[in-house]
Structures are given as C-alpha cells and as structure tokens.
Design a protein around this ligand. Structure first.
Ligand code: ZN
Length: 131
C-alpha cells in the first residue's frame, strides 16, 4: 500500500480514537499522540506492531472510568516508551491478623514468613511461646 493511503488510514484511526469521551485526558493524549506518530514513522516491524498499538489504543478509547482509563493509557504510553505511573502500583503487602502490613521484601515480612504469619509485635505480645 502506498504511503499516502497508509497515512490517511492512520489519521482516520487516530481521529476515531480522540473522538472518544476520554479526551479530557488532554496531556496524555498529547504524549500518546507524539508516541503514536514516532512509532508510526519508525515502522520497522510494522503491521504486527500496529495491530498491537491499535488494540491498545482501542482499549484506551473504550476504557470506562478513571481507573481503567489510567491503566489502558499507561499500556499505550509504555508501548511508545513513555514513562507512566500507574495507579495502585504498590507491591502487595504482607498483612498480619493485627492489621500491620509489611512490604513483601522487608524484615517484617520475612519475620512473618518464618513465624507462621505472625508479625514481630504479635509474637512479642504472645510472649514468643515462653509465657
Ligand atoms: Zn501482628
């Protein structure tokens, strides 16, 4: 297919994309658009890559609500190498019955793993089995 036809197709795809109700994400759209253009122009391994891009762009356009919009926009931006901080990216915390939580690679989490899921505080309160 010739380049002009190709370009028209891309423009149409992008127009569809930005018509979506999620266009209040203007700055992200700008970043995504630049990435979109860069990726389009670089096209080395194109059609497969474009299909994946189109899939991510469509998912972004169809995403409902802030949470899904953020995640799908991140998927799209990361595809273009644009850094993106996702919501809810914290590692899953290790949680004790007392309500204390520890990051998975922390001393506290290690203590719990070695003590049947009981945190250091609870272990102390329980007298450590010497009580
Ligand atoms: Zn505890």
């Amino acid at each position: 297919m010739d380049a002009k036809q190709d370009h028209e197709r891309m423009c149409a795809a992008f127009d569809e994309w930005v018509k979506d109700e999620n266009t209040h994400w203007l700055s992200e759209h700008d970043a995504a658009y630049q990435g979109f253009m860069a990726a389009w122009e670089m096209r080395s391994d194109e059609m497969a890559g474009l299909r994946e891009t189109a899939r991510l762009a469509e998912r972004f356009a169809r995403a409902k609500g802030r949470y899904h919009s953020e995640h799908s926009s991140c998927d799209l931006m990361e595809r273009f190498g644009v850094p993106c901080v996702r919501p809810g990216d914290e590692p899953e915390m290790v949680k004790c019955a007392c309500g204390d939580t520890y990051p998975p690679d922390s001393y506290g989490a290690g203590f719990m793993a070695a003590n049947g899921g009981v945190c250091e505080n609870c272990d102390m309160m329980n007298g450590g089995g010497n009580g």
